[in-house]
Design a protein around this ligand. Structure first.
Ligand SMILES: Nc1ncnc2c1ncn2[C@@H]1O[C@H](COP(=O)(O)OP(=O)(O)OP(=O)(O)O)[C@@H](O)[C@H]1O
Ligand SMILES: [Mg+2]
Length: 216
């Protein structure tokens, strides 16, 4: 597994009002972090900053030795390092499951889908591969979206309420997978409202008043 060493130092972010006021975080390959917090506390904002989707105002973000600043090729950094899982799946609904899963490979020169069979197996999506996404249930969509997020072998997985809309059977498949991926050395940061979900992690933080507080 590629090495992961990510640091946020004194990160701030405001929209009309301050959202993040002083966020500090260290994430490595052995991290499995959940972030709890009230609606509107800034959890998605923080995850989007971590995922290089959104800019921050002040502070320092260092990803594997590279200081994140405006002139970087964010798209490439994201593609090479980060698997992002959204609550609303973000799949292309008119394409088949397999086409969606393999989509990230089209942005890369080296087109190998390492570990695809294992992923299909763990996520129980073998029978869905040739089906169009718009014919799937929510749980099936999320399992396909997770396969897509892992296809480029990221060292960091970011997940924003990935099981928020799902039943307990689908939740379990996804947690078992995340546990396995964590054991392989992928760092995981997961946002949740759900205490059971949070308990799967090694470290739990609550985002409150624009800062992360470790929950003990
Ligand atoms: N693009 C934006 N423009 C303006 N305000 C924004 C934007 N994105 C987020 N905000 C505001 O920032 C605050 C934090 O939003 P965020 O989505 O990060 O919260 P959250 O903790 O993820 O909430 P939830 O649990 O409901 O998903 C909210 O007050 C929100 O309205
Ligand atoms: Mg959110």
């Amino acid at each position: 597994m590629k090495e992961l060493d990510l640091r946020l130092n004194h990160i701030t972010k405001s929209y009309n009002h301050p959202v993040l006021t002083d966020v500090n975080l260290h994430v490595t390959n052995s991290s499995y972090i959940t972030i709890l917090g009230k609606s509107g506390s800034g959890k998605s904002t923080l995850l989007n900053i971590l995922g290089l989707i959104e800019n921050f105002d002040y502070g320092e973000y260092i990803f594997n030795g590279t200081t994140i600043q405006k002139n970087l090729d964010y798209a490439r950094m994201r593609l090479e390092n980060i698997g992002f899982i959204y609550q609303s799946y973000n799949l292309i609904s008119t394409m088949t499951c397999l086409e969606n899963i393999l989509m990230p490979l089209t942005y890369r020169k080296k087109q190998t889908a390492k570990g695809l069979d294992e992923l299909i197996d763990l996520l129980q999506i073998g029978s869905l591969l040739n089906q169009r996404v718009n014919t799937l249930s929510g749980g099936e969509k999320q399992r396909v979206a997770i396969a897509r997020s892992l296809i480029l072998d990221p060292c960091l997985i970011l997940a924003d309420e990935p099981t928020g809309n799902l039943d307990s059977a689908n939740k379990q498949i996804i947690f078992d997978l995340l546990t396995k991926e964590h054991q392989k050395g992928r760092g995981i940061i997961l946002i949740t409202h759900d205490a059971y979900t949070a308990a799967q992690a090694v470290t739990t933080y609550t985002l409150e008043g624009g800062m992360l507080h470790e929950t003990v």
